[in-house]
Design a protein around this ligand. Structure first.
Ligand code: PLP
Length: 380
């Protein structure tokens, strides 16, 4: 469809053709053999993406459902936890823990930066938390945190490590087992190239042990039930069968491209986007040291409300980029480059942003941005 909107937001992302075709297949019975086989293919196929040999469970919900499952299955009311507040999504895990009665200590990080392992270390020594909660890729600011380093600190204090990898999984490497992460949550509509509606959660042996004594209330998201059903090739409740058919297709696509190539493509897209943005004389919002390869946050030029730019790019170019969220509304805009995104889409998006800025009276060196993208491409 030529008039289809190009989604350059950090999810939902554009759907590859084989995924669209899979979604159009007839529904299948969720207690039958065909479904059991599919579920196994999907759960096993996701393991390398999580970097784990542990259980990966598939839930029918948005990603926040996996986040809630991650909290309520392993914690009890009153448990002390540290939640790293890197922005809107770093706040969510802590907010869920708080809603279910955990005693949350916040580690506030300056927007656009990642948490320091040393600061976390000092806070862990003070709080002695049962768990440390944080996001790998903070979608609201375009920051990617060093999961291995933060996890090592938390492990050193005997805390469970729970990571929201919703916007990064499948686009940025994750090594759950190597990094000793206990609970990893993700969702379908980001780098995994599906529509919204499935959530994924991987659980370590240590976390399953914690589940034995955890007392937070749970029912739909009781992962012990999900684990028992998964062993029989089922889910406890009726799953979104069409999405699971399509997930099997996604796994084939990831296997065909190869995960190292998938990650490299995202790295290239991240680098190209940042180089082009800077060539346009715009300032990156995230500290380059922590810049995400799946979403780039850009500061609005002086005097420009980014909401206006987002509208113009959408209406004049049929490309959707994102504005800022919460206190960053109007102040930044964000370009998502994840899932089945490619360099041509970055060129189109940068071209549209630059043309829109020029129309709005801002000076933009469009050829410099094209050259910057070419320069990055030449190095890959
Ligand atoms: N965590 C991160 C990092 C996200 O980017 C998002 C969505 O953008 C979520 C959690 C919430 O996901 P959902 O809306 O699928 O519940």
């Amino acid at each position: 469809m030529s008039n289809e909107m190009l989604l350059m937001i950090p999810g939902p992302t554009n759907l590859p053709q084989p995924v669209r075709e899979a979604l159009a297949q007839p529904a299948i019975y969720h207690r039958g053999q065909q479904f059991a086989q599919l579920l196994e293919v999907c759960a096993d196929g996701l393991k390398p993406v999580f970097g784990t040999e542990r259980d990966v469970l598939i839930l029918t919900s948005s990603s926040t459902g996996a986040m809630e499952a991650g909290i309520v299955n392993f914690l009890s009311p009153g448990d002390r936890v540290i939640a790293i507040d890197t922005g809107k999504f770093g706040q969510r895990l802590g907010a869920i823990a708080d809603a279910f009665g955990a005693n949350v200590t916040w580690l506030k990080v300056e927007p656009g930066r990642a948490a320091s392992a040393d600061v976390l270390d000092a806070l862990c020594a003070q709080v002695e938390p049962k768990a440390v909660l944080f996001v790998q890729n903070e979608t609201s600011t375009g920051v990617c945190q060093d999961v291995a380093a933060l996890s090592e600190v938390a492990n050193g204090h005997g805390a469970l490590v729970m990571v929201d990898a919703v916007s990064s999984l499948g686009g940025i490497p994750f090594q759950m087992d190597e990094w000793s992460v206990d609970v990893v949550m993700a969702g379908s509509q980001k780098a995994l190239m599906l529509p919204p509606g499935l959530a994924f959660i991987a659980v370590s042996e240590r976390a399953w042990q914690a589940a034995e004594t955890a007392r937070m209330p749970r029912y739909y998201f009781d992962l012990r039930a999900a684990r028992q059903s998964a062993a029989r090739g089922q889910t406890p409740y009726t799953p979104n069968v069409s999405m699971i058919v399509a997930l099997a297709e996604v796994i084939s696509l990831l296997q065909a491209e190869g995960l190292p190539a998938v990650y490299r493509r995202h790295q290239q897209l991240g680098q190209a986007t940042r180089a082009a943005v800077q060539a346009l004389d715009l300032a990156l919002f995230a500290d380059p040291e922590f810049a995400s390869d799946v979403v780039t946050a850009v500061q609005s030029p002086e005097g420009l409300d980014s909401t206006e730019l987002v509208k113009r790019v959408r209406d004049d170019h049929n490309i959707l980029i994102s504005g800022g969220q919460s206190e960053l509304k109007g102040k930044i805009f964000r370009i998502g480059h994840l899932g089945c995104a490619g360099i041509e889409q970055i060129r189109r998006t940068i071209g549209a942003v630059a043309a829109s800025l020029v129309e709005m009276g801002y000076d933009c060196a469009v050829p410099a941005a094209t050259e910057a993208i070419d320069g990055v491409v030449a190095n890959y």
